[in-house]
Design a protein around this ligand. Structure first.
Ligand code: ZN
Length: 683
């Protein structure tokens, strides 16, 4: 996969998705599902907005807003308006009747004449909310049609009473599960284009025609190709020939694109620096002309614009919705540098040599001069299009390989989104999987910071630490398929080893070592059992991060068994693993760190294989079944998405003097508000 963007992640498999450490591992999110922590200042903030069907709607805050200058806030506001102005495009891209259907839903939902007393009303409203969540009538993740569980008669009654209009085919699309059943079909037997309802190709176009079209167009010797087909719908002209109907001013989606370009121009005028402003102007030009050469120019400029606190994703970017992989779905994400995470990283960077010198690994495996690894965390100020309400949690762009190779790329983790995922209470997880009030309280008080510190130590110090013996090949060569599990284990162990070190308190990174204790509690709980809920009964562990967590936890459990360092408690038929001696556990983590570093430094395949196979792969069958049963009982919605903050300009005369942030509570209200304010294609 050339692009590491993590789209459409069901909250329940969040931590599985991370296969590289570009922007964090999700270990934090994984642990924090139990350790739902409220930082004092946000104790009042209600993260979970609502839950319906298979969906959980979460609210998120914009930390550090008050530290921004008025001009920075203005820039963010314009980018936010630009993003929302393109919202209609994703609806139409997803399916040709979506805008018509949405308009009808909006009319019904806002009409007093709708029969809300009917027993079917709730079913109808839930259907509507699911459609809003998916930006159309197909499920955002499974791609299948969202089932309409109300009757055709009730729909007719609502239409008649409210004056809402639906064509016969749109009505059929809602009610007939067989009609345009799947948004994106990847089963070649059904036809990639014919079997896909997505509105990126005119309905009668065949896959063979598309293949022929691009075969004739694309020069395979071109080392710097444009992103063919990215910003158009493929249609047929009067003579029956295919052509690209381009998304641009005066072209397809022109009414929405003009609004997007308008706000982006305003953003360019208040850019933080020249590079940022130049990139924004190129983006405006691209939207006006639809010229894909300009899109490349823009991406080069955007990749090189790395100064400044504000950044954004904007355009027809990801091609997952096109079964042929040409056409990009509209999306927008507005990002602010995470100042707190940056400060944390700075402290670790400044002391990275101290960590190396004081590590438990053998002296010969220590680096004389260690350089920390930078990782970027940003906070989201607003999302739109394909990135909302369901969102990625990390983004790595641009997509064009030659631009990445020649001009670089940007990889970020969306900090406040990951945080909010973790904070949204997962109905009773803490009560179910943490046995004592004391442990629950510690988790609540320190779990959030513990997770963030773990991630920072893992990324900045962990992956940077240690060196290979002279002449030993790369871990990929020497350790083969075990390399990534062992590397993740090594980085986790560096973090765990230091999380109980009073030096972290001295560095000002945590208030007390109890933060480290909270991390030990949750790491063992997760690695010994909780993460098993993410795999199906009868399966063993495949994913590298999960393997490493079980390896670390179960190795430590076994080594400490004699001295009861970690105790297995069974109470009322429920199993718990609780740390009894934190200092001894730290020593055990240090020993395993030393051993895994030795394995890596020496390229000791057999020892590495034994560690992973004996501790990381196989699953305790009974425990696994128990965890699955306990987790299932909690009935947590598998998919998460977000209600966006609302940015409101404060005017002084005709000038913006400040931007206020509001945090709406009700998902449906936000959807209706967007429809009202940004319905530029939705006549
Ligand atoms: Zn890692």
């Amino acid at each position: 996969m050339k692009n590491l963007k993590l789209l459409f992640i069901p909250a329940a498999i969040l931590a599985l998705i991370f296969t590289s450490c570009g922007g964090g591992d999700g270990s934090q999110a994984d642990n924090a599902e139990v350790d739902s922590t409220a930082v004092a200042s946000e104790a009042e903030f209600n993260y979970l907005a609502e839950q319906f069907a298979d969906i959980k709607l979460i609210r998120y805050q914009i930390p550090g807003w008050e530290n921004l200058s008025a001009k920075q806030k203005e820039l963010i506001y314009y980018l936010y308006e630009a993003g929302l102005s393109g919202r209609d495009m994703i609806w139409d891209q997803n399916y040709r009747h979506n805008l018509e259907i949405r308009k009808a839903l909006e009319t019904i939902l806002t009409s007093e004449a709708a029969n809300r007393a009917s027993a079917e009303w709730e079913t109808f409203e839930t259907y509507a909310k699911r459609v809003f969540f998916s930006n159309g009538i197909h499920h955002h993740y499974s791609m299948a049609k969202i089932p309409a569980e109300f009757s055709a008669e009730f729909l007719d009654e609502l239409l008649a009473a409210t004056g809402a209009k639906l064509s016969d085919e749109a009505k059929k699309a809602i009610l007939d599960p067989e009609f345009d059943a799947k948004k994106v079909n990847l089963d070649p037997n059904l036809g990639l284009i014919k079997g896909s309802a997505v509105n990126l190709y005119a309905p009668d176009i065949t896959e063979d025609e598309v293949n022929a079209y691009y075969k004739a167009l694309i020069d395979t010797n071109d080392t710097e190709p444009i992103s063919y087909g990215l910003n158009s719908r493929m249609e047929r002209d009067a003579d029956g020939n295919l052509y690209e109907n381009v998304y641009k001013s005066g072209g397809l989606y022109g009414a929405a694109i003009d609004k997007v370009a308008y706000w982006l121009s305003k953003a360019a005028d208040v850019a933080e620096n020249k590079a940022q402003g130049d990139a924004l102007r190129l983006l405006v030009e691209y939207y006006k002309t639809g010229d894909l050469e300009k899109w490349d120019d823009y991406n080069i400029a955007w990749s090189s614009a790395t100064e400044g606190d504000i950044d954004y994703i904007q355009g027809f970017v990801e091609v997952y919705n096109d079964p042929k992989g040409y056409r990009g779905s509209y999306e927008s994400i507005v990002q602010i540098k995470d100042f707190e995470a940056s400060d944390r990283m700075k402290v670790l960077m400044q002391n990275v040599q101290w960590f190396e010198d004081n590590s438990s690994i053998m002296d010969e495996h220590k680096k004389d001069t260690v350089k920390g690894v930078t990782y970027k965390v940003v906070n989201v100020a607003g999302e739109a299009g394909d990135a909302s309400p369901s969102t990625p949690i990390g983004v790595n762009l641009p997509n064009a390989n030659w631009i990445r190779a020649k001009h670089g790329s940007k990889s970020v983790s969306l900090g406040n989104i990951v945080h909010a995922y973790a904070q949204a209470p997962s109905s009773g997880f803490s009560e179910e999987f943490i046995r004592t009030e004391e442990l629950r309280a510690r988790s609540k008080e320190h779990g959030g910071l513990a997770g963030k510190l773990h991630t920072a130590l893992h990324e900045v110090v962990g992956h940077a630490s240690g060196k290979l013996n002279p002449g030993v090949g790369t871990p990929k060569e020497t350790l083969g398929s075990y390399a990534s599990t062992l590397e993740e284990g090594r980085a986790d162990l560096v973090a765990l080893y230091y999380l109980l070190d009073p030096k972290l308190v001295e560095f000002g990174l945590m208030p007390s070592t109890e933060v480290g204790m909270a991390e030990y509690d949750s790491y063992i709980r997760n690695g010994m059992m909780l993460q098993l809920r993410r795999i199906e009964a009868g399966e063993s562990i495949e994913e590298a991060h999960m393997r490493n967590r079980q390896l670390v936890a179960s190795w430590a459990y076994e080594k400490g068994m004699e001295e009861n360092v970690i105790e297995k408690v069974v109470e009322d038929g429920k199993t718990f693993f609780e740390v009894r001696d934190y200092e001894k556990l730290r020593v055990i983590f240090g020993e395993l760190l030393k051993e895994i570093q030795r394995v890596k430094s020496e390229g000791d395949y057999e020892a590495g294989q034994a560690l992973v196979e004996n501790y990381g792969v196989k699953v305790d069958k009974d425990l696994h079944e128990e965890v699955l049963a306990r987790a299932e009982k909690l009935n947590s919605a598998p998919y998460g998405g977000f209600v966006n903050p609302r940015l409101v300009p404060v005017m002084e005369g005709d000038k913006i003097s400040d931007i206020k942030v509001e945090y709406p509570e009700v998902f449906l209200d936000q959807m209706l508000e967007y429809g009202e304010n940004y319905g530029f294609l939705n006549k």
